[in-house]
Design a binder for this molecule. Structure first.
Ligand code: FES
Length: 602
């Protein structure tokens, strides 16, 4: 199948992503906004855009809403048209999500500096080696890696001994020569911050001196063929001699694709620094370390330290770059959670705050500048629509909003007939079903006979099935239902998250009313209806909805902040040792709290 890939060009920056979705949805995925007044229903025409490249044929709505002249010029509705291959699109809107809605201002404080040198050319009477010549010009001793030595003679002579040296000061007292370029290139210094997720990987190309984002690209993690979750990938590493190599090659391939996407803007030789965050298994696999000690009892990582090395040593296509992998907090709480803490400023907060990053696992941190506790709650993939009978990713046709009044009303992404239901739609549906009594406190979908006289007739009709196999119909045509099994999956997921929050609260000795703010990180946090999340009891009921904030890709934002500032890098190192990792199952009341957290009682 042809790859569907879109690059948005906005205010001098490039944002690229891949997925089968409308341009409106794809823009949102990379944190941009196309104008929309009708929520993508093809009614307002505010999302008009002019994609360059292969796209779907105009829909009936576009034929109705756009003039023949507009269509002839290639103008399309962003909420209707979808890419069919490589497409570029200019977009003038503000960037919504610079890696997180809680963006904290970070002053660029680079670890490197560039110095332009006018050196005397080598001659018979001046026979210093190339390295000695540069050292003399700089007036300081330097360490030079083999790769730089290979480039050095050509750069010196190409520039007629007028060159720019890029110097790296990691703070251990020795300056490293990262690169030598012909001429004066002092105005060019870039870095890439990566967020390595189990499902997708995002890279942000940043100007290290100004802090400006130059390009952004996201790709699906190339390790997908070895399973959707971290444990399947760890099993492959455990069971096959070449397992770790397979997985490391795949993730490095994805990082290199992202670098290639960004290199339309910048020569990769001018990228001198990269940072990476990821969960512990992604972190280990990217470094080529075995993740099996994390997956097997007693569950310890090979290392929790922040690691500095040359990117090229990992096969990453950045010949002059230093790579820094942020430290891990524990065996199941990684550098991604550390990034969330940095980006949400939890470690500097005078008030107690909770940050929850929900993916296949729920990682959370609770605390303030005095003390932070973190844990991992294995919620499973139900919030992402996986293992749900008609679950699907948040793409066109997914039910994303549900209301039950005299009848059931559903909304879908793209306003097209429903094909299934995504995570935010499921949470909405379940919250409504609990509120109307279709699902009881214990999570049982009640038989129709128990609901007679308690529900409006059109809603009652939607309870279908018999004995233990009751279902609730969200849409008759196409037929989409929520089954008893779906309710159980979600119940387990929400119970796990709530259990984690309650145990962290108990360990910290606080009540839910003392939590000043809940930051929901990741796509989930941006799209879930906060009242519905409270309605299914995913968070303690004493937290009012106005204290819940969606914070976007906070893990990626933490990676960016570290890339830009050596103070943030030092803060990350200290923080990783200061955050206390708590293993939930070790809590003496774990089982009791877990079972109680499964309840839908308000
Ligand atoms: S027509 Fe309104 S968002 Fe596309």
């Amino acid at each position: 199948m042809t790859e569907r890939r879109v690059t948005f060009l906005s205010r001098g920056s490039r944002f690229s992503t891949e997925a089968d979705a409308s341009f409106l949805e794809l823009a949102r995925l990379v944190g941009l906004s196309l104008p929309s007044l009708c929520g993508g229903r093809g009614k307002c025409t505010k999302c008009r855009c002019q994609p360059r490249g292969p796209v779907t044929e105009p829909s009936a709505l576009e034929l109705e809403m756009l003039t023949d002249q507009e269509l002839a010029r290639g103008i399309r509705l962003g909420c209707q048209a979808r890419p069919l291959g490589e497409v570029e699109l200019d977009i003038q809107e503000e960037v919504l999500d610079k890696g997180g809605y809680v963006e904290l201002a970070v002053e660029p404080e680079p670890l490197l500096r560039k110095v332009c040198l006018e050196l005397p050319p080598a001659a018979l009477h001046d026979d210093l080696s190339d390295v000695e010549r540069i050292q003399k010009g700089l007036g300081t001793p330097i360490r030079v890696g083999l790769e730089t030595l290979r480039w050095l003679p050509a750069a010196l002579r190409q520039g007629a001994f007028r060159v720019t040296a890029t110097l790296w000061d990691p703070g251990d007292g020795v300056t490293e020569l990262l690169a030598v370029e012909a001429g004066d290139t002092q105005d060019r210094a870039y870095g890439i911050a990566f967020d390595i997720g189990t499902t997708s990987v995002v890279g942000y190309l940043i100007d290290l001196f100004s802090g400006k984002e130059i390009a952004r690209s996201s790709r699906l993690n190339g390790q997908q063929p070895w399973g959707a979750d971290v444990l399947s990938r760890a099993s492959h590493a455990l069971e096959h001699a070449r397992g770790v190599t397979d997985l490391q090659t795949a993730i490095v391939g994805t990082l290199n694709q992202i670098i290639a996407d960004c290199s339309a803007s910048v020569d990769p030789r001018h990228v001198y620094y990269m940072t990476a965050v990821g969960n512990p298994i992604m972190h280990h696999l990217a470094l080529g370390l075995t993740p099996t000690t994390i997956a097997l009892s007693p569950y310890v990582p090979v290392t929790r330290d922040g690691l500095s090395l040359r990117a090229a040593d990992l096969g990453i296509a950045l010949p002059n770059a230093q790579a820094y992998f942020l430290p891990l907090i524990g065996a199941y709480v990684g550098a991604d959670t550390l990034g969330v803490i940095l980006a949400t400023g939890l470690d500097a907060s005078g008030e107690i705050r909770l940050a929850v990053d929900i993916g296949t696992n729920g990682e959370m941190a609770l605390g303030s500048r005095d003390h932070i506790l973190a844990c991992s709650a294995p919620a499973g993939p139900a919030f992402e629509g996986a293992e749900i009978r008609q679950g699907m990713r948040a793409s066109a046709g997914a039910i994303d909003r549900v209301r039950i009044l005299e009848d059931v009303r559903v909304w879908t992404i793209g306003d097209v007939p429903p094909k299934g239901i995504c995570g935010s739609g499921l949470i909405d549906a379940l919250a409504q079903m609990v509120r109307r009594g279709v699902v009881d406190e214990g999570g049982r979908l009640l038989p129709r006979s128990d609901l007679e006289g308690k529900l409006p007739p059109k809603v009652l009709e939607r309870v279908v099935g018999q004995d233990y196999t009751w279902e609730f119909v969200l849409s008759w045509d196409p037929y989409v239902t929520v089954t008893q099994d779906d309710v159980r999956q979600l119940q387990l997921a929400k119970g796990t998250i709530l259990c984690g929050v309650r145990i962290l609260m108990a360990e910290l000795g606080i009540e839910a009313t003392q939590i000043a703010q809940v930051c929901l990180a990741g796509a989930f946090g941006n799209f879930v209806d906060k009242r519905s999340a409270l309605g299914i009891g995913m968070l303690p009921p004493a937290i009012p909805p106005d204290r819940i904030l969606g914070v976007g890709n906070a893990a990626g934002q933490g990676s960016r902040m570290t890339l830009l500032s050596k103070s943030v890098r030092r803060r990350a190192e200290t923080l990783a040792r200061r955050v206390e990792y708590f293993e939930l199952s070790k809590h003496p009341r774990f089982e009791e709290i877990f079972i109680d957290s499964m309840s839908f009682a308000r």
